[in-house]
Design a protein around this ligand. Structure first.
Ligand code: ATP
Ligand code: MG
Length: 425
């Protein structure tokens, strides 16, 4: 019978890969906790309406990337394509937003029906950060500083550039929209199909077009920064001033708008040229209007999400992923039923007495020779050898597996633990 394969663009993360994932996740958790952030967890499936209303009907994600289905009750549900909308829903529903300050993070799989390629999957993973209740640019700056610190600690900051823009508040964007529509209408015939349609429905989305022709036309288009009102301008200047003081460099990118509708004021992306076309590893911005748009009270908010697959690729490409640890420190070789039982017992005693030492038992018979092969492969530095003869004398052999650890020796079972902890670990 034919084997059933995984779904295209939905990858298994194999035991050889998980150490890098765990390392990355561990460093992110550590940095976030030092900045006072708490973890939140929410479901992977939500009502479709949540994403339509937040991300925007006329965006790539909602128009063509969502995994949407009817459940058995006929409700339209969607596998989350991102975390911000769900996070807002969860916080509002549980009363975490009104008159409160929240610094939150989450991690997990996201789902988008895109064309799978390097750094672009259909099930991918993000670590996201969302903050609520803080209106000034300090928190925008904090989020950027936090990510900058993370890149430094991971050893990848030289390969990353911070791109920064302000897309202004709703009023600024409305003024700009008018100017952009006037400009683009003159070139309507030359726009790609999506952009033509968006010119009517959601013109700012045209700025996010990947079509080369459209991009060419956008070079001479009016720029948003010329349309920022005083409030938007001073928020952005406040952010830039803070980054300057701490010494985080950035590149102003007036074309940066992000692919989701809820953003306003600050938007930013960390990009690299080390991953080919999929160069954005972390992206975010301010979304002061979203909570209200989803039915809550007006609440200032800012957040970002990083793509774990792309960061893992970066760690590997730059050669800064941690060395894989050995599977075991001690391997117990045992031949014969009695020896197998004693091996299990000794292993438990070792784990009890030395919680940081990794102990592997053989499980499944085999000759001394084949078991020593397994011991070697496990990376253990010490083998404990138990055979019928040794057991008869209530002894075990200790055999160092690496050079420089001395000769094999016989030890009474009663002294095994103390000898090992004194002489080997
Ligand atoms: P892109 O422009 O690369 O499509 P995006 O703007 O759609 O990214 P966001 O929704 O802002 O991405 O998601 C934040 C981060 O999540 C991205 O910067 C990227 O690192 C990661 N990401 C997004 N989509 C995918 C995907 N399909 N596969 C892998 N990682 C992804
Ligand atoms: Mg995308």
């Amino acid at each position: 019978m034919a084997r059933i394969q995984s779904i295209r663009g939905m990858n298994d993360i194999l035991p050889s890969e998980t150490p890098v994932w765990q390392y990355l996740e561990g460093r992110v958790r550590d940095v976030l906790s030092r900045y006072g952030y708490s973890e939140i967890r929410f479901p992977i499936v939500e009502h479709t309406e949540l994403f339509k209303r937040s991300i925007g009907e006329v965006t790539d994600i909602v128009e063509k990337e969502m995994y949407t289905f009817e459940d058995r009750n006929g409700d339209s549900l969607t596998l989350r394509p991102e975390g911000t909308a769900s996070c807002v829903r969860a916080c509002d529903q549980n009363g975490l937003l009104h008159n409160q300050i929240q610094r939150l993070w989450y991690t997990g799989p996201m789902f988008r029906h895109e064309r799978p390629q390097k750094g672009r999957l259909r099930q991918f993973h993000q670590i996201g950060v969302e903050t609520f209740g803080m209106v000034g640019p300090d928190i925008d700056a904090e989020l950027i500083l936090l990510t900058a610190r993370l890149w430094r600690e991971l050893g990848i900051s030289d390969a990353l550039t911070l791109e920064l823009n302000s897309i202004g508040n709703a009023e600024s964007r409305a003024n700009y929209r008018q100017a952009l529509v006037e400009y683009l209408t003159g070139f309507k015939d030359q726009l790609d199909e999506d952009s033509k349609r968006r010119l009517e429905t959601n013109p700012l989305r045209v700025l996010d077009s990947k079509d080369p022709n459209t991009r060419e036309l956008l070079v001479a288009a009016p720029v948003l920064s010329d349309y920022l009102d005083e409030v938007s301008r001073s928020h952005f200047e406040g952010l830039c001033a803070r980054l300057d003081v701490v010494g985080v460099s950035y590149k102003l990118n007036p074309q940066l708008v992000r692919g989701l509708d809820y953003y306003g004021l600050t938007v930013f992306e960390w990009t690299t040229d080390k991953l080919g076309a999929q160069g954005t590893v972390c992206a975010g911005g301010r979304y002061d209007g979203l909570v209200e748009q989803l039915g809550g009270k007006p609440t200032p908010a800012v957040g970002f999400a990083m793509g774990i697959e792309r960061l893992v690729l970066m760690l590997e490409t730059l050669g800064v992923a941690p060395q894989e640890h050995a599977q075991a420190d001690i391997f117990i070789v045992s031949v014969g039923e009695q020896a197998d039982i004693e091996a299990l017992n000794i292993a438990e005693q070792l784990r009890e007495a030395m919680p940081t030492v990794k102990v592997l038992i053989n499980c499944g018979g085999g000759s001394f020779k084949s078991q020593f092969k397994k011991a070697d492969k496990s990376g253990a530095s010490l083998a404990i050898v138990l055979g019928e003869d040794e057991l008869q004398r209530a002894e075990a052999a200790l055999k160092p597996l690496r050079a420089g650890q001395g000769e094999q020796q016989m030890v009474a079972l009663a002294d095994l633990l103390s000898t090992i902890s004194k002489n080997y670990f």
